[in-house]
Design a protein around this ligand. Structure first.
Ligand code: F0G
Length: 456
């Protein structure tokens, strides 16, 4: 088989520079050893997130120019709404400025203190929005999903037994909806099988609990189903996505991922009352329902991007880049979550630096070492991001200590990945030098964004 090439060529470039090792050490110190606080210019290869960091296509740039900036009922809005309706089959569509705005309004309009929201794994903003209104976010990913080294095709699946138990324990009246995140970002970017979505829906139906899909990476998930699940090889990614959404009652979306846009999100649902409640708060918080915090040109860009994300040659290339990194790291013996996810490779920090205790945040040590070694910016998904405290205020470690190297869409080429592999190899060989950290400052919510650290 020949090399899978990027199905695009580059028309515009952006300079990339690598500051010296001493400058990187200095920059990291200034950032209190939290890479979120670095200047982006000081990061050579920025794998902090795949969110809003993608490159737009010529079609998207062209679409920007025909954005209709009317306050109400713009042409761009119609294009946006029709695209979302075609993919999801849902009646009501509301743009939001990004995914968490949709989550926040959904949580605020549907939840009350004491409610329980099951999910395969909540993303941090989803969890924070659920908890902010006094509800509880519970993660019920399947057992395979908690074993980083295990190869399985659909490690993002919801555990149906745990879901049933959760419903029995709390009662359906305490569960205003259940969520499922595709792909399962915090569990390693692992996909959810169509069969699982269907079974979750069947189980929820018995208790009249609606299903909400966190659809950020729905197109990547559709490609995994296409490749791995029997019966889907001959279906288009659009048809697969449509079937998946057919099992849902609503969806939240960050268009900064599979919308291939730099900003944007939406909420979509079938129920008229849900829509009415959402709309009223949307007007208060985001904007009039036909723009919801976005410019007309953003709506155009997203309408094009959602369709481009469902093009098969794009997904073939996208998955090939992640697989490429996975194969090279496996050859080096570097521990990472198997199989690789749709948007990222997740290094297993617990296995990478087993000498660092969980509450000295092995992920932070590893992220910082990658930055110092080569200007690579990754992100910790472990005890800092998912920090939990028991009722006596004692900090509880997260079950997984991961470092995510997330791939912006259509941005980096194979030589960037080769360079990245060289840097990871260097850190791997010198892993004994990676040490622990302690927190010197943390805010109340979402502490990973702005916490300060020092070396232990
Ligand atoms: N849900 C999932 C699964 C996500 O990955 C994200 C964002 C959101 C919701 C929120 O969307 O950022 O538009 O408000 N994830 C980014 C990331 C930030 O780096 O994984 P948003």
């Amino acid at each position: 088989m020949r090399t899978i090439i990027e199905p695009f060529r580059i028309k515009m470039t952006e300079p990339l520079k690598l500051i010296s090792r001493d400058q990187r050490l200095e920059a990291l110190k200034r950032a209190h050893y939290n890479v979120f606080l670095l200047d982006a210019e000081d990061c050579c290869i920025d794998l902090l997130t795949d969110s809003g960091t993608g490159a737009m296509s010529t079609q998207q740039w062209a679409a920007m120019m025909i954005g209709d900036e009317s306050y109400a009922g713009s042409r761009s809005w119609k294009k946006f709404a029709q695209t979302v309706q075609t993919i999801t089959g849902m009646k009501h569509v509301f743009p939001t400025h990004q995914g968490r705005a949709a989550e926040g309004i959904l949580a605020y309009t549907r939840l009350k203190p004491g409610d329980v929201i099951p999910n395969n794994s909540h993303f941090d903003t989803t969890r924070a929005n659920v908890e902010f209104v006094g509800a509880r976010a519970v993660d019920l990913v399947c057992a395979e999903g908690l074993e980083p080294g295990l190869e399985a095709p659909f490690k993002g699946n919801m555990d149906l037994v745990k879901l049933q138990r959760c419903i029995d324990e709390h009662g359906p009246q305490k569960i205003p909806f259940c969520m499922i995140t595709v792909t399962n970002n915090t569990g390693g970017g692992q996909p959810v099988a169509m069969a699982n979505v269907r079974q979750v829906k069947q189980l929820l139906n018995k208790h009249r609990i609606p299903l909400v899909i966190d659809a950020c990476r729905f197109a990547e998930n559709a490609y995994f189903i296409h490749e791995r699940e029997p019966g889907y090889k001959d279906k288009s990614l659009l048809a697969i996505a449509q079937e998946m959404f057919s099992y849902a009652d609503a969806a939240t979306m960050s268009c900064k991922k599979d919308g291939l846009a730099n900003i944007g999100g939406f909420f979509t649902c079938r129920d008229d009352q849900w829509a009415e409640d959402f709309k009223n708060l949307l007007i208060l918080r985001e904007g009039f329902p036909t723009y919801g915090g976005l410019a007309g040109r953003d709506l155009e860009v997203i309408a094009v991007g959602l369709n481009e994300a469902l093009e098969e040659d794009y997904q073939v290339y996208r998955h090939a880049t992640v697989q490429y990194l996975g194969k090279k790291l496996a050859a080096l013996g570097v521990p990472f979550v198997r199989p690789v996810g749709g948007h990222a490779v997740f290094l297993d920090a617990k296995a990478f630096v087993p000498h660092v205790p969980a509450l000295q945040y092995p992920g932070i040590g590893l992220v910082n070492a990658l930055y110092v070694a080569g200007g690579i910016r990754g992100v910790e998904l472990g005890s800092v991001m998912f920090g939990r405290f028991d009722k006596d205020g004692r900090e509880q470690p997260s079950p997984l200590e991961l470092v995510r190297l997330a791939f912006p869409r259509r941005v980096y080429t194979q030589s960037h990945f080769d360079y990245l592999i060289e840097v990871v190899e260097e850190v791997w060989r010198n892993r004994q030098a990676v040490g622990g950290h302690r927190i010197t400052y943390q805010p109340r919510f979402l502490r990973h964004f702005s916490a300060h650290f020092e070396a232990v």
